[in-house]
Ligand binder design. Structure first.
Ligand code: SF4
Length: 507
């Protein structure tokens, strides 16, 4: 019988969450570096450069790779010959580790978990509770995978109860383009096949904890049906040409994981969960000898590259920019923006809409006319930081507010990540506005362009409050121009045709 001290488990979970907030897994960095070397699409390569540079900066600076520091997922296999010393329930120990990790003063993490999800959606304040899966297994050790899953990638989860005769490959290839770029590719796709509905989901999520090894599989060849599926899906998903950040390119997935389980004769359940550019997980074992030791990676694991915007990048002053200048920007063009912008995301947009609808008007300080809004919920600053990591959030969540914002407030432009939906694009075209995208998963790098940050309104919304950022040379890409052309439509189409393995069907 092994005895594990309560404090050792709590401390191990805390250490693991701090560790994964700033260290990408070594296999992820190796796979991304290889994809970066091979990438031929300039826009995708630029995005991957930012993700890699950001990753190295975070490893050096011990700050989060993404402003969304995730909801904690834990997979725990507890040996049946293990006992715990302490007075807390197992789940309470995990949550205490989460609580401590997210409040760590040297590297404070963003609390993103809301209670009462169908109602008040109130932030729990400490990122608890974690989502914990426990199984009892033979043995005298506790085996733990700790992950912090980003909301943008979790949002793109798919599930279907296929008919037994349906094609799994066809379903996956139909679903992946519908996921857009909000899951911040390149990443990993986990697929669970069989069991029941919830078992398929669990397998898909659990598979994302395994190391990236698709190249080893390619080299040795498949030895069973699941490995055949992995290879086929890896090749065909990449042949869709979606590319890094959905800009069009050679690599959309760095690996595809597939797990299965026996199922009912009438069913073929399938779940698919993507893991994003902020892939964060670590594995450790507790054997009663103390707190888990996590290996400190060498900076040599990261490519020694710097980020420089292309020579043709255009400098833009947000304080003096005119609608005519905005209308001259071309889709795919890189801009280095300087000057002042406001920030806001879901909750702030809803407040703005409610205030306008009630006739109350907007609080002083929220004058959006001719200005840009950045969809972001930053991490709190530490030390002498102006703001913590502050990358973009998924813009489609703001699509339903876009017509109101452009029509009623005079907003000129928006900055976020991933594509916009048809209604938002039509509003952008109608108002001759613009949508710019920053790279999801490059949050610490982006934050270095922010010179000043001040609270403007709705402070009680925490990370969702409206702030004013003053930026200098923040790199962004024109994603929807004033004529309504979207690089997230043209880019993947162009690269799917170039790769030439899947015919492009015109919409
Ligand atoms: S990389 Fe993208 S999807 Fe992942 S946590 Fe960050 S913003 Fe969310």
């Amino acid at each position: 019988m092994t005895t594990i001290k309560q404090e050792d488990l709590i401390q191990s979970v805390e250490d693991a969450l701090q560790y994964i907030s700033y260290y990408h897994p070594k296999d992820f960095i190796a796979a991304l570096t290889e994809a970066w070397e091979k990438e031929e699409s300039p826009a995708a390569k630029d995005a991957m450069t930012q993700i890699l540079v950001n990753s190295r900066m975070c490893a050096e600076g011990h700050r989060p790779v993404c402003q969304d520091t995730g909801i904690v997922n834990v997979f725990m296999s507890v040996g049946q010959d293990v006992s715990f010393e302490g007075d807390m329930a197992l789940l309470d120990m995990v949550n205490e580790g989460v609580r401590r990790a997210y409040a760590c003063p040297d590297n404070v993490l963003r609390a993103s978990v809301l209670a009462d999800p169908a109602g008040a959606r109130k932030n729990t304040g400490d990122n608890t509770p974690a989502v914990v899966h426990v199984e009892i297994v033979p043995g005298d050790k506790v085996d733990i995978n700790v992950a912090a899953k980003g909301g943008g990638s979790e949002a793109k989860t798919k599930f279907a109860m296929l008919n037994p005769a349906d094609s799994i490959v066809d379903w996956v290839l139909k679903m992946v383009p519908t996921m857009g770029a909000g899951w911040c590719p390149p990443g990993i796709i986990g697929i669970g096949i069989g069991g029941t509905a919830e078992k398929a989901m669990l397998m898909a999520k659990r598979s994302l904890m395994d190391p990236i090894d698709i190249h080893e599989l390619q080299a040795r060849g498949p030895s069973n049906r699941l490995e055949e599926l992995r290879l086929e899906l890896y090749e065909k998903i990449n042949a869709l040409g979606i590319g890094a950040q959905g800009l069009g390119g050679l690599t959309t997935v760095l690996d595809v994981k597939v797990a299965d389980y026996p199922t009912h004769a009438a069913n073929l359940p399938i779940a698919m969960i993507p893991n994003c550019a902020a892939t964060r997980h670590v594995h450790f074992t507790l054997d009663g000898s103390g707190v888990a030791e996590l290996p400190v990676p060498s900076l040599d694991d990261w490519p020694d590259i710097v980020y420089e915007a292309g020579a043709d990048a255009k400098r833009v002053n947000l304080d003096t920019v005119t609608p005519e200048e905005v209308a001259s920007w071309k889709p795919g063009e890189t801009l280095l923006i300087s000057g002042k912008m406001l920030t806001g995301r879901d909750a702030a947009h809803k407040r703005i809409r409610d205030l306008l609808e009630s006739g109350e008007g907007l609080p002083e300080g929220i004058d959006l006319k001719g200005r840009f809004i950045y969809y972001v919920g930053p991490v709190d600053p530490v030390g002498d930081e102006v703001v913590g990591p502050a990358g973009p959030t998924t813009s489609t969540r703001m699509d339903g507010f876009t017509e109101m914002m452009l029509d009623e407030t005079g907003l000129l432009g928006m900055i976020g990540k991933a594509e916009r939906g048809p209604a938002a694009i039509e509003s952008i075209r109608k108002h001759r506005a613009v949508y710019l995208m920053a790279v999801g998963g490059a949050a610490f790098l982006v934050s270095k362009a922010i010179r000043n940050a001040r609270m403007v309104a709705f402070e009680e919304l925490g990370m969702e409050a409206i702030r004013e950022f003053e930026v200098e040379d923040m790199p962004v890409t024109v994603a929807v121009d004033a004529a309504g052309e979207s690089v997230h439509k043209t880019g993947p189409r162009e690269w799917q045709a170039k790769i030439g393995k899947i015919p492009v069907v015109e919409a």
